[in-house]
Design a protein around this ligand. Structure first.
Ligand code: SF4
Length: 424
């Protein structure tokens, strides 16, 4: 059975989609690049905010209208499957995230007894092996943030054993990936459901032993989980395989709002972690997330968030307007007037753009290696610097290669680089 897999949302979801594709392919169900060439589609859904959820419903409808079989998995299953109504529902199978490993058996069952057409070599040509790969550290989360849909969708923390994570990194490196993303809802919480000796720094030391030229990006972590392990974490992050990158969500600069969000840390803890990281890793790329317009957020709360962002000056700030998710405590509270939320979101977006632009411009004139992860239009390519900043190159080295690059320009979300002729 030929399968088309489409994934949305965070890198954990993308990683799960990629794992589904690999598992089906290995079981003899070739993965194709378009629904037109497929006998079944797998839709890996995200429901982080209302507009994303609405987009998932529309996409499901399009696929279910034209395909004999659709599997829906990801964060909308089973909490929001009631939204998927219409004629395609009879042809749709819902598979919860934690049952994704059963998908090859499901597909085997569908094809058993039927004649499976031999896969066409054209359909099997999915392009070169991707230069990036996700390795999932854990399912679920230890926290209980009052607005979070993901925690409801994915449950409490279940960490993937260390040997399995290391094997995943080794397999990704062997496939030619040069950017390997360790993902989870809160990577710093890895291992707290296991024995006390299993914590993220030890895991990083284990994956750092996997030989190769690849670099590893450690994904999002909560300040609440990072704070107690941070000295050991900084030490482990010095390993040669890690991008100098920290994704630490702030969400709000107001301690009152953080408490209402049930985040389990205050703004001072966030700032202390970021200060230490910058001291230890010059050139660090700091990414953070902010939720604007949380119910009850006052102008002072908003200004507190702006003040923290202004002091910390992250290279990347993901600004999201609060969106009530059904089933969460925050959804029961009165929302801010849309006009207020919109104007605060605009103000923060302007601030983040200015800071990001300044941060990027500081890199002009520097040079160093870059890992080529994507081919762009007009003979360009996208690579990652050692600090995990995206750099658009003036030519197209092979995917997965490492090239010496001089930074010659900057935009607010990426750098411009010239590939140097010497080999690295
Ligand atoms: S965990 Fe959150 S961001 Fe990731 S797919 Fe689920 S809802 Fe979307």
């Amino acid at each position: 059975m030929r399968v088309y897999v489409e994934s949305y949302g965070c890198s954990q979801n993308q990683g799960e989609g990629a794992a589904i594709a690999r598992a089906l392919d290995a079981r003899g169900h070739p993965v194709v690049g378009s629904p037109d060439d497929a006998d079944a589609a797998v839709l890996v859904t995200c429901g982080v905010i209302g507009p994303t959820e609405a987009r998932m419903v529309r996409r499901w409808r399009t696929l279910a209208d034209r395909m004999p079989r659709v599997v829906v998995t990801g964060c909308l299953v089973p909490l929001r499957t009631d939204l998927l109504t219409g004629p395609g529902r009879d042809r749709t199978t819902f598979v919860p995230i934690r049952a994704q490993a059963s998908l090859p058996d499901l597909f085997d069952g569908w094809t058993r007894g039927s004649v499976v057409p031999p896969p066409s070599p054209i359909l099997l040509q999915l392009g070169p092996p991707p230069a990036t790969a996700e390795v999932i550290l854990a399912q679920g989360c230890t926290s209980g943030c009052s607005y979070c849909f993901s925690r409801l969708a994915r449950g409490s923390l279940t960490s993937v054993p260390s040997e399995e994570v290391a094997a995943g990194v080794a397999a990704a490196a062997a496939r030619g990936a040069v950017e390997i993303r360790l993902t989870g809802l809160d990577t710093a919480a890895w291992g707290v459901d296991l024995a006390p000796e299993h914590r993220l720094p030890g895991l990083l030391r284990a994956v750092d032993r996997v030989a190769g030229e690849h670099r590893i990006r450690v994904g999002m972590m909560s300040p609440q989980s990072l704070a107690p392990i941070r000295d050991d974490y900084w030490d482990a992050l010095r390993g040669p395989h890690f991008f100098r990158f920290l994704h630490l969500p702030l969400q709000s600069g107001s301690d009152r709002v953080l408490a209402e969000m049930r985040r389990g840390y205050d703004a001072a803890t966030f700032e202390a972690c970021t200060r230490e990281a910058r001291e230890r890793f010059p050139g660090l790329h700091l990414a953070t997330d902010v939720i604007v317009g949380f119910p009850g957020e006052t102008l002072d709360d908003h200004r507190a968030t702006e003040a923290v962002i202004d002091r910390v000056r992250p290279e990347t700030v993901n600004v999201t307007r609060f969106s009530p998710r059904p089933g969460t405590p925050a959804a029961r509270r009165a929302p801010l007037p849309p006009r207020v939320a919109k104007s605060r979101s605009r103000a923060l977006t302007e601030l983040r753009r200015r800071i990001a632009r300044e941060r990027m411009e500081e890199r002009i004139g520097t040079d160093g290696p870059a890992w080529v992860v994507e081919h762009g239009p007009d003979g360009t390519a996208v690579a990652r610097t050692a600090s995990y900043l995206p750099v658009v190159l003036d030519r197209r080295p092979a995917l997965g290669s490492i090239v010496p690059v001089a930074i010659v320009g900057a935009r607010s979300t990426y750098l411009l680089g010239r590939v140097r002729d010497e080999s690295f």
